[in-house]
Design a protein around this ligand. Structure first.
Ligand code: V47
Ligand code: SF4
Length: 389
């Protein structure tokens, strides 16, 4: 009797082209860009789910990572005007936004004194007065206060602006920030690399090559980084595949990416509010195909504050093996864009329960995926009572 993946590979109701792609995946061969577009266009959700889950379990078993982190958003004032952004205020309207001083941000860090968080994620708008020196001072102040806290900070968009303004190369700028405490780079600002779309949704910030170059430079200097993709708006499937392909090529060279995070476009209160959001079925297909195409990315992450915790839970059957962190309600990017998570906070107990509910193994990690604690045998208080809100 055939079971699971074998049945899918031999299933006679699956067209030959899809069967060939499944065979490649089963045999650990790389799928092509054409294959990935075909998967988007033709493959059913159960087919994609079974394949992506097969790959996920081959790589990670049931292990599902999360971490304990908090966010600092130094400002929502931004010189750029990305059409999908619900969060930023143009510099001309800066009175309506916020700008935090180093002391205010250090105060936020100090609130976690004695709390076992392992990471602070710093990302915000691009403010013309917050320059390289300001951010170097911020990193140093945080490291001096709490040397063990991993600082994952600033997107390639922020780096591109601050380095150009300081008239330093990406390598020089990153070296300065590393010497002040920078530990790794988050994946934001990638959006869609292809100029045909990028020029329509975020024309004035760093282009795709510039984004990739900053990550390549960071990898060369020994930093790890993440990569995102903003999907489900005006792009076509091949634009998504082109985006992932550029990432896969760079990863072949540097091996510096840790995780890929598809970010679902949310349409509230931005200049693209007329664009409908993707369906849950589309979302699950996106995660599954990301797992299948990005064979050299160790991890695929669902960012629950954006997707909603229950859809994020579902992605764990569609290739995802990481569900991000126990964020305090310190990030506003998604609540302002219309996510159902208006105050995105989950305790460790809730995250563990969320993962256990779908029979996966919750493992707390640090930013670099070292195991902090395996929760599979630990009974947490929320487990019995975790309900659907
Ligand atoms: O680059 C902005 C996205 C990103 C909207 O590396 C939107 O671990 C959807 O990159 N709808 C910033 N998305 C956040 C980010 C991130 C988040 C979590 C973890 C990591 C990581 C990185 O937020 C931006 C942009 O792509 N974004 N507006 C919107 N309306
Ligand atoms: Fe600025 Fe980032 Fe918003 Fe674009 S997405 S406007 S760069 S804060």
């Amino acid at each position: 009797m055939q079971t699971g993946i074998e049945a899918i590979l031999k299933g006679n109701r699956i067209s030959e082209d899809l069967q060939q792609i499944a065979d490649k995946i089963y045999n650990k061969q790389r799928i092509s860009e054409e294959d990935a577009v075909l998967l988007f266009e033709k493959a059913s959700l159960p087919f994609l789910g079974a394949l992506a889950n097969f790959v996920r379990e081959r790589m990670h078993g049931d292990t599902t990572y999360f971490n304990r982190n908090f966010h600092i958003e130094p400002t929502n004032v931004c010189v750029f005007s990305c059409n999908f952004c619900s969060y930023s205020k143009l510099y001309a309207k800066r009175d309506e936004g916020w700008e935090l001083s180093i002391d205010q941000m250090l105060h936020m860090v100090k609130k976690y004194d004695g709390v076992p968080v392992t990471e602070v994620h710093i990302v915000g708008g691009v403010h013309p007065k917050m320059d390289l020196q300001f951010f170097a001072d911020l990193l140093k102040a945080i490291k001096d206060h709490r040397p063990d806290l991993h600082i994952k900070a600033f997107t390639a968009v922020e780096y591109d602006y601050m380095f150009r303004k300081a008239k330093v190369s990406a390598e020089e700028g990153l070296k300065i920030l590393i010497s002040h405490g920078l530990d790794s780079i988050p994946g934001g600002g990638a959006e869609i690399f292809h100029p045909e779309i990028r020029e329509k949704i975020c024309a004035d910030k760093v282009d795709g090559d510039g984004w990739l170059n900053i990550h390549a430079t960071a990898h060369k200097l020994g930093l790890h980084s993440n990569a995102t993709m903003l999907y489900g708006h005006i792009e076509q499937y091949w634009h998504r595949v082109d985006h992932m392909s550029r990432l896969r090529t760079l990863q072949d060279e540097t091996k510096g990416f840790q995780t890929f995070i598809p970010l679902k476009f949310r349409n509230q209160d931005n200049d693209m509010s007329n664009v409908a959001e993707s369906t849950v079925v589309e979302d699950m297909k996106m995660y599954a195909i990301a797992r299948l195409f990005l064979d050299n990315f160790p991890h695929i992450k669902a960012y629950w504050p954006m997707l909603g915790r229950h859809n994020a839970q579902m992605t764990l059957s569609f290739g995802v093996n990481d569900i991000d962190g126990t964020i305090d309600d310190t990030t506003k990017i998604y609540s302002m864009a219309g996510s159902e998570e208006q105050t995105p906070t989950m305790t460790t107990e809730q995250l563990v329960a969320l993962i256990k509910q779908v029979n996966r193994k919750p493992v707390e990690r640090d930013t670099l995926y070292n195991v902090v604690k395996d929760y599979s045998e630990v009974t947490v208080a929320e487990e019995a009572g975790f309900s659907s809100n």
